[in-house]
Structure formats: C-alpha cells, structure tokens
Design a protein around this ligand. Structure first.
Ligand code: NAD
Length: 293
C-alpha cells in the first residue's frame, strides 16, 4: 500500500520497515571494492572515501605509482581497512581478469566494481580530424575496458560467499563512469570520447536488465566538468575554461570528491532500488538553457 501519514507510528519513529534499511556506513564494513583509475581524480577520491566508510579497496591503475600513493594514504589514515594497489590496463582483458582475481584472492569477495578509468585524448577532435588510432584507443579504454570490468565483476559477484549474520550476500553493485557529454551534444568536439561514453550508457542499461534478478545492480555515473587532471590538462588556457564556465549554473567546475560521494551512494544498499540509471552529478549543467553573455 505504501506509506501514508496515518500508517506512521505516533512515537515519531519512522516505522520498522524503514528503520531496518541498512545505512551506507554499516554495510561497507567487510565489503570489498575494486576501483579503476584509482591513481587520480574521481577514482582516488572514491578509494579514500570507500575506505573511510569501512571497505577494503583494490586500487587499480595503469599508473601504479598513483595507485600506490593512494593505498599508502589509506593505510595511514584508516588502519582498520586494507588497501592494495595493482597495475592494470583496463583495455586488456587479461589485466582486468587478473585484477578481479587479485581482489577475490586478497579479500575473499567482490561487492563493488567501479569501472571509472578513462581517457580524453588531446588529438580527439571532430569527424574530419580524428585519426582512426585515436578513435580505437579511446574505445578500447573507455568502452571495451568497461565491458571487461563488468564481465569479470559479474562472474566474481555470482560467487560471493554468503554470511547472513553479517548481511553478506551474492550479487553486488557495478558503477560505470560515463559523462554528461553522453547526454548532450558538445560544440567543442571530442568525437571518440563522446561516442565511447554514449556506449557506456547503452551497455550499462542492457547489462542492468540482464543481471537484475541476480542481485547485481549496474548504474552509470555521469559527471559534469571537474577540476581533475583529465579536464584541466585539456582546458589549459583561461579562454578555454571561460568558454565552459558560462554553461555551469553554479559558476564552478565540480570536485572529484563530489563524484566519489555519488559513487558511494550507488555502491551502497542505500541505492538498493536503483539499476540501469544514468546518474547525473553535473551541477545542473544538463538542465541548463544558456545563451552567451
Ligand atoms: P583523471 O585523469 O584524474 O584519472 C583517470 C585515471 O585513469 C588516471 O589515474 C589514469 O592513469 C587512469 N587510466 C587511464 N587509462 C587507463 C587504463 N588504460 N587502465 C587503467 N587506468 C587508466 O580523470 P578523472 O577526471 O578522475 O576521470 C575519471 C573518469 O571520469 C573518466 O572515465 C572520465 O572520462 C570521467 N569523466 C571526467 C570528467 C572530468 O571533467 N574530469 C567529466 C566527465 C567524465
């Protein structure tokens, strides 16, 4: 019947059904998260936040040094959890399989897979100027890499050991990083990047439907423009930054940690009725109708 004001108890509590829903903090204890692109930006902030909430984390990056720095920082700040760094190229199937195997071998299970690694190549341009090798490289990392991540995460999540007393179950949460450019056309083209992120959204929806009954939730995260090396290395002049700024209703670029908080929500049971969604965290950008000053 759903809740009505009349069905709520008089004593001011929310009612047993709502109160029994686990909180993100509680259900992160004993959980295991694998995060790709964990050496920088969104992946690094998410690794730190997930560890703070009690998860054991495997930090995966092609840049091992970055991932190791993240793991060392977690070890120092949160000695109650374990963080391990490993090198993998998400565009290579054997690397992704090895990373998932390492998470399961090290921590015993895999609850959260955050397929977040991605590139935006400086030579990615419009239909006329983009070279085929840039297209292929971008697709391999941004789209095929997410496929490999989903494939091996699904296989691992099906095998998760259960322990009812701790609330541990099979299944899990997979989060795939797309982008706002998968939802809107940008007049500043990066054709391969945009197409790869559109592919992430479409693939995620279909995977979410196929695996919904197995208790595996799969959602996309659509960040707006952020103050991370990926974008700031590209927007290397005030003119380029100002051209984007007029489209940002809040008048600022986003912070990686603001995406980490959204990823934490999608990873936790707090989002238990969400799957196949395009979760926008874009400061309102994709809802804005803006004209130049
Ligand atoms: P970032 O450049 O700060 O971090 C990306 C990380 O991915 C780096 O540590 C890099 O070494 C790693 N990486 C790159 N190629 C890899 C590969 N083949 N295998 C494994 N790791 C690899 O970028 P970020 O801003 O944190 O971006 C994270 C994700 O968010 C990306 O998928 C990006 O497309 C997406 N995104 C970013 C923005 C933005 O404005 N920064 C906007 C929308 C979407």
């Amino acid at each position: 019947d759903g809740y009505t004001a009349q069905s709520l108890p008089d004593d001011g509590s929310l009612g047993s059904s709502l109160e029994s829903l686990p909180s993100a903090v509680k259900d992160f204890y004993d959980m295991v998260a694998l995060i790709t692109g964990a050496g920088s930006g969104i992946g690094l902030e998410s690794s730190i936040l997930f560890a703070q909430e009690g998860a054991n984390v495997l930090l995966v990056d092609i840049n091992l040094e970055g991932a190791e720095k993240g793991a060392a920082l977690i070890a120092k700040r949160f000695p109650n959890v374990r963080a391990v760094a490993t090198k993998a190229d998400v565009g290579k199937e054997e690397d992704v399989k090895a990373a998932v195997d390492l998470a399961v071998k090290t921590f015993g299970r895999l609850d959260v897979m955050f397929n977040n690694a991605g590139i935006m190549h400086p030579a990615d341009d419009n239909a006329l100027n983009t070279e085929e090798r840039i297209w292929d490289l971008t697709m391999t990392i941004n789209l095929k890499g997410v496929w490999w991540g989903c494939k091996y995460a699904i296989l691992a999540m099906r095998e998760n050991p259960t322990d009812e007393s701790k609330g541990l179950h099979t299944g899990g949460s997979i989060i795939n990083t797309a982008s706002f450019v998968a939802l809107m056309g940008a007049a500043t083209p990066q054709l391969a990047y945009t197409a790869s992120k559109g592919g992430v959204l479409a693939m995620t929806r279909e995977l979410a439907m196929v695996h919904a009954k197995e208790g595996i939730r799969i959602n996309s995260l659509c960040p707006g423009p952020l103050k991370t090396p990926l974008l700031m290395d590209f927007l290397n002049t005030a003119e380029k930054r100002d051209r984007r700024m007029i489209h940002l209703p809040m008048g600022r670029f986003g912070e990686a940690v603001e995406l980490a908080k959204a990823a934490l929500f999608l990873a936790s049971d707090d989002s238990s009725y969400m799957t196949g969604t395009d979760f926008k965290v874009d400061g309102g950008l994709s809802s804005a109708y803006v004209t130049a000053l």
